[in-house]
Design a protein around this ligand. Sequence first.
Ligand SMILES: Cc1ncc(COP(=O)(O)O)c(C=O)c1O
Length: 391
Amino acid sequence: MDEFGFIDRSGSNAEKYTLREKLFGTKEVEPMWVADMDIATPEVVLNAIGERLSHPVIGYEMMSDRAYESQIGWIRERHGFMMKREWLSYSPSVVASIGCAIRALSDEDDEVIVMDPVYPPFYSMVKNNHRRLLLHPLQQDSEGKYRFDIDLLRSQITPKTKLLLLCSPHNPIGRVWSHDELNAIGSLCLEHNIRIISDEIHSDIVYTPHRHIPMASLSQELLENTVTLIGPGKTFNMAGFSISTVCIASKELRDAYEKEAGRVHFGDGAVLSHVAFETAYTNGAQWHQRLMEHLRHNAERIEVWAADNPAIGFRPPEATYLAWLDCKKMGLGDRELREFFVREARIGMSPGLSFGKEGSGFMRLNFAVASEKLEMALAKISGALKGNGYV
Ligand SMILES: Cc1ncc(COP(=O)(O)O)c(C=O)c1O
């Protein structure tokens, strides 16, 4: 059996499939939007779950030190960041942790820096918690690579600016921030007493030669100034286990976070998630290596395809399994663009505008699928482009 071959999820409650009609107005679309993979969760994880189920009691269980140590080891080996057990706590969701950290480390009406375009809950978490968005536009350089503008950002900061919400690596643009970039933005935050919430959920889906650098690993000052959010959801395709961790080295920030988390009571998580978490970080390395080869192959395939379809601009991502397709040459408005892909290509992608104003004219395609499915989707898009004169 092909480990990364086609999997039919249409009969499950997969959000990607279930919400098709609501989002795209029809079930007749290949859903390539939500950022999970149409790829089986590693067999070692599924087997460990089976073994745990041979014990008949599914009660309250603690997340064990061994489970935390499995993640500490993984992060140390891959990203050179030495986390300590006491810095870590369980969270059911990175987005929930973002909300908690925002409330813990800022006051109502404070400003939170968010880089546009970005994963949509970055905006809603700021707004829903009654903070103000300080939007920093990411811009493409002459080679199409997205950059932030540190001088512009410096000029945007006010005395009300208290937090930076960093997406590292960055969804949807697929950037892996370099050492110099992280240093520049980290130093600016230290200068202005701005705390950093660094969402590093995509940090294991990084293509060589790029290397993820945890913001908190850059210096002692940045370690003390950063809340890092990490989890196995993207790495091992196990978002459905709802398990992640929050890493806070500073006792002051950790106490503030924990006080806030205590208000909603995250508890210690679910038994089967603990098993999945520990197994994946302990025994998932080989699977993950094969996964990365598969994803790289798919990204390269899109690159070749895009060269034959000049209406679509594509720069292979440095990280993530998300292709950020530049459709501006098609000359359509955002609504027409989205409808074009639904009606003419029958592919359900995330519209660029849903990631912010700077996403206008883009579509995000999730390529974590079997290669034959990707081939089919690309053929459908080519057909629609050619059929409508976009060549
Ligand atoms: C940047 C980013 N953060 C967080 C999440 C979701 O994390 P969780 O499911 O743990 O809330 C996603 C999912 O796509 C994401 O892209």
